[in-house]
Design a protein around this ligand. Sequence first.
Ligand code: HEC
Length: 207
Amino acid sequence: MQFKTIALIISVAGLATTAAVAQTKPKVDPAKADAAMKTAFPKAPADWHPRLVGDETMKDCSAHRNTPPQALAKTIRERAKATIQYPPDGKLMGDWKKGEALAQSGYGMRFTDYPPKRVNGGNCYACHQLTKQEVSYGTMGPSLLEYGKIRKFSEADTKIAYDKIYNSHATFPCSLMPRFGANNFLTIDQIKDLTALLMSPDSPVNK
Ligand code: HEC
């Protein structure tokens, strides 16, 4: 009985703290935030300027602090799905060796090095563990170790992986993962190579 009372007090206290945090979140004028974004990149090349203004999905996600209501989440997912382009031959897997090199590379979109001298990288290791061999990785995203093996290398999961890399919001609205295909950062062939890295039985992800 006493234990239950204590548990109740703790959970009520928890709710009160959550409410207090929600109340103290500062209100920021979106126009001011947009202006701050623009002035933060004074040297950005002219063709990048449109990228400094949030698109519809970024605006929706910002307005709801990345937790959109259900109906809007569905809209974001469908909008993202509509951007995904597939290889003409329908083959979603390329060369995992090229995929591993792309996952390691954080090259691209630097205005100190523009126009770029090499192809853009995927920088997947910045947020994910992918292989046992690489010990330096970020943890913003979940570990992708044995990604294909866990999913029994199924065709349906291969498509899910391709879609995820092409436009992360198609599976998880307001995802923190960059939209590599939708933003023309990676090409369809590069996305195929990364899909192969995740889904090939002989890739180091699955060994
Ligand atoms: C800025 C950080 C970031 C980068 C860079 C990033 N991701 Fe992610 N990724 C995330 C986060 C956060 C999630 C979990 C939320 C979600 O599903 O969107 C995620 C989820 C995923 C998932 C789904 C995992 C699951 O359990 O279903 C896959 C697959 C994935 N990422 C692959 C990649 C690949 C391949 C790359 C490189 C091209 C990459 N990610 C780059 C942050 C990132």
